[in-house]
Design a protein around this ligand. Structure first.
Ligand code: C2O
Ligand code: CU
Ligand code: CU
Length: 487
């Protein structure tokens, strides 16, 4: 039966604006918020390109005095920001101090399948994994997170995720003082028990629609405040949620500028008022705080979920706070918006050697039929009618080629992600992509249908294939994932 709670999950409704507004700046006493925490920056090159990461259980107070059990990388929750320089080879030493198997996947990093950290590269409890990462891609923001099959959603939910910054030497006149005018912003949603614990609900409905929380956290805390210089500030936004799409805007509706997407810079800054960001997507944006006015960044209801009649009750226009920015008198390093960024490498759809179709289904159609007694068809969550099978290679690609992948969403919009490759959107729902979605990407929200030109530059064998999957983590864990080789 579809319950009201389920409808709320589907609609992605989050706690009311007034309740959360009251929390800003009083976080230390009330809900554990306060200043925006900036994760530690690890500059790999300053460490001789040897970097240790330790996945371990931790304790973290989302609510003051109510510690929650969490997982983190070398921290109680989340992990350090890893800065890699293009051209370097980085030796990672990844220790699993959890009591459960894990893997670490470098999402968006273009490295061969045998160091990608997919579900086959299990690190047992107490074990250590030593991949060497050859860094060779344009400047951008990536991230890392666990990828053990059937367990990714829970491990990410408990706190395992961190950002990666790729530095290629170009500065383009952009703000780049980490933690000052260049801020990592990891946005997630969570639900809490009354004792402040993280509540990972694994009901059938959260499998079908993906798990959505009722409280937003940024860098692991509720409703934080960032003090920023009164000038242009660069936000490296990551949607680290399991399933929720965020619809970000500033409360005063100020214009901000998208400057980069998953795979690198856009050609020019793109003026925006609202930015939808789906799970695993990244956008770098520039915001001007030279008016010295404090402003709230807020998110609206998950509109793409609102297209289902069953959730129309909750189709409200209410936006809720994500965090607040307070400009301070400190002189800003960057006082003007660059006009030109970096032209993304061209790709020609005519060069594509293959066209393939992938139909993503969350099983909701089968489910509805089953509920109404019209069918005993199983609710199959998968791609092209098949759930993930680690022993099956679904697609074989050729190194150095491009292909057109047509992605079709059934049941609801799915954020589609490919490992080991970047793509350009040729069309989204039959139209050319809007400017901020026209650059190189590794994840895109497919409402109905997308045509992607995928460029394969990294090898992957049958033993260590690349994954492609829906980045709603409950969908991925339930088998909405396939694997491909590249040779
Ligand atoms: Cu974010 Cu399969 O990855
Ligand atoms: Cu990935
Ligand atoms: Cu999905």
């Amino acid at each position: 039966m579809i319950t009201r709670r389920a409808l709320t999950l589907g609609a992605g409704i989050i706690a009311s604006a007034t309740a959360l507004d009251a929390q800003f700046g009083r976080g230390e006493r009330s809900r554990g918020g306060g200043r925006l925490p900036v994760p530690e920056l690890i500059n790999a090159s300053q460490l001789g390109n040897v970097v240790k990461l330790r996945a371990a259980p931790g304790r973290h107070e989302f609510y003051k005095g109510k510690p929650a059990r969490t997982f983190g990388y070398s921290a109680p929750i989340l992990g350090p920001v890893l800065r890699f320089r293009r051209g370097d080879r980085v030796q990672m030493i990844v220790e699993n101090a959890l009591d459960t198997p894990t893997t670490v996947h470098w999402h968006g990093l273009l490295v061969p399948g045998d160091c990608d950290g997919g579900p086959q590269q299990v690190i047992g409890p107490g074990d250590t994994w030593h991949p060497t990462l050859g860094i060779d891609q344009p400047a951008t923001t990536l991230w890392y997170h666990p990828h053990p099959h059937h367990e990714t959603a829970r491990q990410v939910y408990l706190g395992l995720a961190g950002l990666i910054i790729i530095d290629d030497g170009s500065s383009l006149g952009l703000p780049q003082e980490f933690g000052v005018d260049d801020l990592p912003i990891i946005i997630q949603d969570r639900s809490f028990g009354s004792d402040g614990s993280l509540d990972y609900d694994t009901s059938e409905l959260s499998t079908i629609y993906g798990l959505r929380g009722d409280t937003i956290i940024v860098n692991g805390v509720i409703a934080p405040v960032a003090r920023v210089p009164a000038g242009w500030v660069r936000l490296r936004l990551l949607n680290g949620a399991n399933a929720q799409n965020f619809e970000l805007r500033f409360r005063d509706q100020r214009t901000f500028y998208a400057i980069g997407s998953d795979g690198g810079f856009l050609a020019q800054p793109v003026a925006m008022k609202v930015l939808r960001i789906s799970p695993a997507e990244r956008f770098e944006v520039l915001v001007d705080f030279s008016d010295r006015k404090a402003v709230v960044l807020e998110t609206g209801p998950d509109r793409v979920m609102g297209i289902f009649g069953q959730i129309s009750d909750f189709d409200s226009d209410q936006y809720v706070p994500v965090m607040r920015f307070e400009p301070i008198a400190r002189a800003a390093a960057v006082t003007r918006l660059p006009q030109q960024l970096a032209e993304p490498a061209a790709v020609n759809a005519k060069d594509a050697v293959q066209r393939r179709q992938f139909v993503l289904n969350n099983g909701v159609c089968g489910q509805k039929m089953r509920m109404s007694g019209q069918s005993d068809m199983p609710a199959l969550i998968g791609i092209n009618g098949r759930t993930h099978d680690p022993n099956r290679i679904d697609v074989e690609t050729r190194l150095g080629t491009t292909e057109i992948w047509e992605i079709v969403s059934v049941g609801m919009p799915h954020p589609f992600h490919v490992h080991g490759a970047m793509f350009r959107a040729l069309s989204l729902d039959g139209a050319p992509p809007p400017a901020h979605l026209a650059g190189w990407k590794d994840t895109v929200l497919v409402e109905d249908k997308a045509e992607l030109v995928v460029r394969f530059t990294q090898p992957a064998t049958r033993e260590h294939p690349f994954m492609y999957h829906c980045h709603i983590l409950e969908h991925e864990d339930a088998g909405m994932m396939g694997q491909y080789t590249c040779a």
